[in-house]
Structure formats: C-alpha cells, structure tokens
Design a protein around this ligand. Sequence first.
Ligand code: SF4
Length: 387
Amino acid sequence: MKPLALYLHIPFCQRKCPYCDFNTYAGQEQRYDAYVQALSTDIRRAGQQRPRTGVSSIFLGGGTPTVLAPEHLQTLFTALRESFTLLPDAEITSEANPGTVDQSRFQTLRELGVNRLSMGVQSFVDEELRFLGRIHNAQQAMRAFQMARRSGFQNINLDLMFGLPDQQPELWRYSLRQAIALQPEHLSLYSLIVEPNTPLAAWVTSGRVSDPDPDLAADLYEMAADMLDVAGYHAYEISNWAQGPLQDDGLPAYACRHNLVYWRNASYLGLGPGAHSYEDNRRWSTIGDVAAYVDAVRAQKPTTDMMEEIDRRLEMGETMMLGLRLVEVGVEFAAFARRFGVDLRTEFARELADLSARGLIEITEQRVRLHPQARLLGNEAFAAFLP
Ligand code: SF4
C-alpha cells in the first residue's frame, strides 16, 4: 500500500485578513474543543478505513493551527499516532502565524514530532503588514523565526506576498533581503489576488485602493527570482524556492515533500471542513461548514460534500498541468509512461507542438517543462491539457 499524505484543516484564525478567502473563521474560540474532538474522531475513522497505512507527510494548515492550545495539538497527534503508522522520515509541517506563537507552543510542536514550520510572514514592512491586516509586525515575525530556530526547527518556510496595490519595489527588495538574512530553508512567494467577496475586493471596487497591477507583480517576481538565485535558493516550483543540494529526482533537499504529492498528482487525504482528497481516481471535498462537519462526525454520518470520478484522460491532463508547475523537472517522459503506459509525446502531440511554437514550454530529451521565460504564463500552458 502506498504511503499517505495527510492534510488536516484547522479552520480558525485570531483575526480574518481582509484578502483571505480560505475556509477559516475568527472569534470561534468556544468551538475549539468540539472541533478538535470531531477532527480526532475523523482521523480515527480514516485510519480504520485504511488499516496499517504508512503516512509519509502530514500538513496542518488552515487557518492557523497555532491558535490551538497545546492540549488540542496533543489530542490530534495522539489520534494520528494511534490510527496511522507515521513513517520514520515523515515530513510533518505546521503552519504558524508569527502573532500566535511563543516558545512553549514551538516546543509542544517539536515534542509532538512536527519537523517543519511554515510561517505566514507576508512582509517585513510594518506599513504593508497593517494594510494586509496581519496580527503581527515585522519585529514579531523576526522574533518568532528566531524562537522557532531555538526550539530546534531546522526546516522552516516563510510565506511572503508581493504585488500589493502600488507596492514600492524597494520595499519588496527590503522584505526579500530580510527573509534571506534569516536563512530559511524554504520560501513561498505569492502575488496578492483580489478574491471575490473579501473586504479587499470591496476596497478595490469602491476605489479605496487600486487594483493590483499584474505588470508590477511580474517585475517583482523577476526581482525575487534573481535575488533568490544569487542567495543560493533553487526555484523548483512557480511559487516555491528551497535550499539544499539537488536530489536524485532533481529537486532540492528542502523542497516541501507534502506539496510535491499535489504537484505529482498523487493521492492525498484531507480531513476537516472544506478539505479536499484524491484517492483511487476519485476526488472529493468535505462539508465546508464547521458546525455541520462537527455534527456529521458526531452522528457518524458521511462528511463528503462533492465527489468526482477522475477518468484516465483527465488524470493525464491534470498530471501535465500540475507537473509543469515544477519548473525545473517538469513532467518526465519515463515517469508518465510508467504511470499511464503511453508516451506523452504521442498522447499530447498537438498540444506540445502548439505550446512549443508559442514559446510556453521547452522539450528536452527527458522531459517537458515550462519555458524559463514563461513561468508567469503557466496558466496558458496548463489549460491546453485539460479536456
Ligand atoms: S492568517 Fe492566514 S488563513 Fe488566517 S485569515 Fe489570515 S491569510 Fe487567512
């Protein structure tokens, strides 16, 4: 049986950021106990359905897992360890908001076996952090990082955000310099997207702030790519950079192994409201409403909201779409042939010829990948492979 990649959704935050459309809620402290109980029950149920399955990665995301009390985290990890076999080299990540952590929280995470942290820093400029509605300032983010190091975390990701309305390139350069100075093993850089039905969308509609400019975002992305290259980071995915020597699979040692499961279109199980899963050629999502999810688990009812069968053609297209996000390794012909028993150069001959002529992809002897000049045009290339 193949090892499992497990995602646990913690749908709570101390305060909701105005740009965020994730399934997460503020002011729900009174629900934490019931939620943790329900999620633990769901973990045990999932374990019973997959006896003796090994787990190769766990990702606690949200939301903000670090709003939970140490006892909550202990409850979840007890359920995990009693229900699954955590493989000795399993990558266990927790997201952490610098405004919700302290030394004891980090120590608890370490003791529970968490060996990777993903910290949502977003910027090292206080004015930008205020605009983004973050609950921490730059100094708190620095301190949180140093505290995490002192607690023994040797694999830390920082999330940064660029392309803010009228963002000054010099301030973005400053944030990147501060991040690089901390020497995290991994960096994820995301451009600010105005999601519908968020306070940010209302601000843009009313003219209170200007719409983020995609050309500015592209320039800031290029700046980041150049700086991180000089600093010794490998760009291995469109939005992700990591340190460490390249491994046999062509990826840097500190690439996020949990997220690689998504980019390789492999199986994963997501538990918690709104989480997605993909197993045995089926993709499904869990009920999004937190109270409805808790009620369903308590009543031992199914928690599935939507389920979709993935046929072979769609699976092949999605394997291309996701694999091309891995900017260096792309999709290997040999791996594709092993999985599907066909040569992707034959299967997608028309698409490859068209995208190649448009300069969006490059084809080598072993693989197809995005053209280095077309990394920000990935969506045009991805769409070509979907039915
Ligand atoms: S802390 Fe993260 S998950 Fe929570 S509201 Fe802000 S961006 Fe969303």
